[in-house]
Design a protein around this ligand. Structure first.
Ligand SMILES: *[C@@H]1O[C@H](CO)[C@@H](O)[C@H](O)[C@H]1NC(C)=O
Ligand SMILES: *[C@@H]1O[C@H](CO)[C@@H](O)[C@H](O)[C@H]1NC(C)=O
Ligand SMILES: *[C@@H]1O[C@H](CO)[C@@H](O)[C@H](O)[C@H]1NC(C)=O
Length: 238
């Protein structure tokens, strides 16, 4: 039993040696922004003449630096997904900074990255998780096939107390269509019709509104991060 504290201590410091500072870090960014994945060997030694290797999910080559030769100056082997999108911090290498920056992140970049110093004694490997959050926005300018165009709103009926509105949208499925008020609350639909033809989803949603507000019909295609809305201001006398 007397040995136990020693064993614990050793386990702690041993795991501290091989996977120290920066390990288990989670980096969260929004799509289309840049992400810095931090990494340094535990003794912060000068990396200029050393080797470090970044991989994604244990297999994809993200960035390798070996004594000045790396993926941005001729070294072959980088995964297509990362070509021209990853840089290191050259002026920080002397401080033991082996961090990388991934430019213009995509949701497909999400995953578990490893930063490896295979030639250090003992070898050091750090794990960094990258989460790229989805940003829904109008992507009609990006020429994505099947992206929904702006929905069309029609006023079907109007009385002094209420107005019946209809929204029509179409695009490749899965497509969702919702009515929202100006505060962004989803409104209960009066009637909803969905059909599919020619690989497109056609959706019509009606609502009755009884309050003066700006009403929007929002079409969303989460799989392509596309969202587009039409807005109609409504004035109710009562
Ligand atoms: C490495 O340098 C970059 C750029 O200056 C900085 O953003 C990052 O925090 C540094 N990382 C570490 C682990 O020192
Ligand atoms: C990354 O690893 C963590 C912990 O092992 C796991 O929970 C998570 O699902 C992984 N993320 C991805 C995108 O593979
Ligand atoms: C509707 O939107 C317009 C333009 O943004 C704004 O001026 C107006 O106050 C809004 N109306 C209501 C009822 O929120």
């Amino acid at each position: 039993m007397e040995l136990l504290p020693l064993v614990c201590l050793c386990l702690l410091s041993c795991s501290g040696e091989t996977s120290a500072a920066g390990d288990g870090v989670k980096v969260v960014v929004e799509e289309d922004s840049d992400a810095v994945l931090p990494c340094s060997p535990s003794n912060k030694e000068d990396m200029t003449g050393k080797l470090f290797d970044w991989k994604k999910d244990g297999q994809k080559e993200v960035f390798m630096y070996d004594s000045g030769i790396h993926y941005n100056n001729g070294r072959p082997g980088q995964d297509e997904l990362f070509k021209g999108r990853v840089s290191h911090f050259q002026d920080q290498l002397k401080n033991g900074n082996a961090s990388i920056k991934i430019h213009n992140t995509k949701m497909a970049d999400s995953g578990n990255y490893s930063c490896d110093f295979p030639r250090l004694q003992p070898r050091q490997t750090f794990n960094i998780e990258l989460v790229v959050g989805q940003v829904l926005r109008d992507r009609t300018g990006e020429n994505i096939p099947g992206a929904a165009p702006r929905p069309i709103i029609n006023i079907l009926k109007m009385t002094k107390d209420w107005i019946l509105l209809q929204c029509e949208a179409h695009g490749s499925p899965p497509l969702t269509v919702e009515w929202k008020d100006r505060a962004g609350y989803t409104l209960d639909a009066e009637e909803r019709k969905e059909s599919e033809r020619g690989g497109r989803s056609y959706i019509t949603v009606k609502i009755t509104v009884t309050k003066t507000d700006n009403y929007s019909c929002v079409a969303t295609q989460k799989d392509i991060s596309h969202q587009i809305a039409a807005v109609i201001p409504m004035h109710i006398q009562a």
